[in-house]
Design a protein around this ligand. Structure first.
Ligand SMILES: [Zn+2]
Length: 65
């Protein structure tokens, strides 16, 4: 299986769930260098929110002035 973990050079959010019985895990990386990791459905949802909010902050920074 290729390693598709996001990096600042290849930013994004990746969620993996090996089976419906095993807890999934998620990684994200932003082009600015921030990254995060979560394990478990609840933590993954929080990580997705964190990543969405983080990207929105970038969009606001760019659009503010
Ligand atoms: Zn960022």
């Amino acid at each position: 299986m290729p390693d598709l973990t996001p990096t600042p050079d290849f930013p994004g959010l990746r969620i993996t769930k090996p089976s419906s019985y095993a807890p999934g895990s998620a990684d994200y990386a932003c082009a600015c260098g921030q990254s995060g990791h979560a394990t478990g459905d609840t933590a993954i949802r929080a990580l997705r929110n964190e990543y969405d909010t983080h990207r929105q902050n970038h969009a606001m920074e760019r659009g503010a002035r």
